[in-house]
Design a protein around this ligand. Sequence first.
Ligand code: IVH
Length: 688
Amino acid sequence: MSSQTEKLLDAREAKAEIERLSRELSHHDKLYHQEDSPEITDAEYDLLRRKLEGLEARFPEFALPDSPTQKVGFTPAPKFSKVRHKIPMLSLNNAFSEEDVKEWLERIRRFLGLPEQEEIVLIGELKIDGLSFSARYEHGIFVQGSTRGDGETGEDITKNLQSILPSILTHNPPAVLEVRGEVYMSRGEFEALNAKQKAAGKPEFANPRNAAAGSLRQLDPEITRQRGLKYYMYGWGEISETLGETYSDHITAFGKFGLHTIAGFFENNTVYTLHSVEEVIRFYSAISNQRYSKIDFNIDGLVYKVNRLDWQQRLGTVGRAPRWAIAHKFPAEQVVTTLENIEIQVGRTGTLTPVARLKPVNVAGVMVSNATLHNEDEIARKDVRIGDTVVIQRAGDVIPQVVAVRTHLENSVPYIFPHTCPVCGSYAVREEGEVAWRCTGGLICAAQAVERFRHFVSRNAFDIEGLGEKQIQAFWEDGLIRSPADIFRLDYAKIRIREGWGEKSAANLEAAINKARTVSLSRFIYALGIRHTGEITAKLLARHYGSYAHWKQAMLALEPGSDAWSDLLTIDGMGEIMANALYAFFHEAHNRELLAELEKELRIEDAAAVESGSAISGKTVVFTGTLTRMTRGEAKARAESLGAKVAGSVSAKTDYMIAGEEAGSKLKKAAELGLKILSEDEWLAMIG
Ligand code: IVH
């Protein structure tokens, strides 16, 4: 925050300052909204506004009745601007049974190397079925709010969150505090809203979550304000000081600052600590029983979190979820309906997926008319036939599934899975050991081509705005794009004159495509749509090889048994199946041609080491022998988080060998190769 509000003003000064700021803001409001000729940038405007809001919160008696802070936006912003989360917003792994929870706890115990008798204290919380947000407070004043987005970049919803979260925190909050939590709509508000929508002839929302989403992501924050949204917080991003050694210490402090914490939801703000699996199970069944009676908003499970923050820190994250927390989901809801037809969808990689077309039915608040039937074997195993009465289920945000058949129609016959592609007519094949039938049409198959393009431009790949399914389909049909590289060679003169396009939209598309010409290595790899290479694998590859040139060189040298092959398999998380898929991709001439064409159009950025400042960033390390101060798993995770590559075997490329007790042949080999060998203590000293 500015030094202006930081220093304590006396009442007289505050009054004068409030009046001055109000006048100034009104002036800028008028210029912006009525005359379309702002004199200051949005950032400068926001700063003025925050200053005024901060002062009004501290001296409400001086706030002017027509204060500009009370008028929320006249003209909607063209679209939400982006906010980068310095600390990523994570997701959670799920547990669907007691067994899953037990295994999770056991993994934690093993990872931390804790003895059987050491208690792992957990905090039990409700898992709110809403939308996550991050809200930044500086010197106790709300300055910015954002959605989760992809976890790394969200949308700026400051104005919308303003009416939901406190604008000011009390009792000495840290200078910087990023509060993270969930915005939700209670079931009561949801029903009232739908009644209103219906009366006004507007579409109703399917469930409270959708209603909350629709209400929060409004360009006009006034609408958000009227929708009665609420929030609970359950975590934090950046924080300028620590508020204790445990999660519960922090939660208690947040409560004092005036924030609603979900951990403090229960009577007398009790934070539930759970000390054993038995207590976890009791907590789960107690809450399940009160789910609809005592809780007026939807929850889709419970969340358990390790209370000790030093343990949280050591446990770290895998992919997008922390190891120290888990969502214990409530069981899926099941309903009965009629299966009207079975249709075959063709995916990006040519997989034929059978989809059940259902008589629409409401499952857990959502209308469902499609469900997956997985594959040929599943259909046969359940003997699913067209016309059947079936049981379907839906859990959380996963695709609804057909669980079982109740009854067949009279005279019905078993379903026969097609052996040709319904889109291009090519033969489909089912390889030995595989469950899926796959179309052999490749890029000549419209379904695969369009799907491939969609994937290529999708948010976590090239992220090209303005190139949605509709446009891709049309460009493909008219022969404008045949290879993904064509996207970067579009003739905008031709696009400008297409139906539905114009100067402006063509120019926007060109700008978006030009922006996408600079791409990170991991996004690039992910965009290629190589089988078994999802986002996480793409990131692992990018981190391991560092640059596009290295990666490509290594992939071209892949051959089972080669050095490149064993080097690839040293990556933690990489297996034979993925290696085979990469090998197959690079083996195809048309893929190599595609890469050559893309290279001409793009600037592929090197992968940044995770903590580039660390002594081991970019180095390859090998652990051997028994470590005494941490488990092998933890040591590995720690090294990786510092930007090192952890390899399983010693080679001339190894930078450091960390030798624990009773190290054997690997140590010998390292010594022979003259590698740098560290003891566990030396290693710990080195990484601090
Ligand atoms: S903790 C680092 N706690 O569930 C862990 N999440 O399915 C971050 N959610 O993305 C999440 N209630 O949006 C946490 N008590 C709770 C939650 C909660 C709801 C949401 C959150 C998260 C999603 C994962």
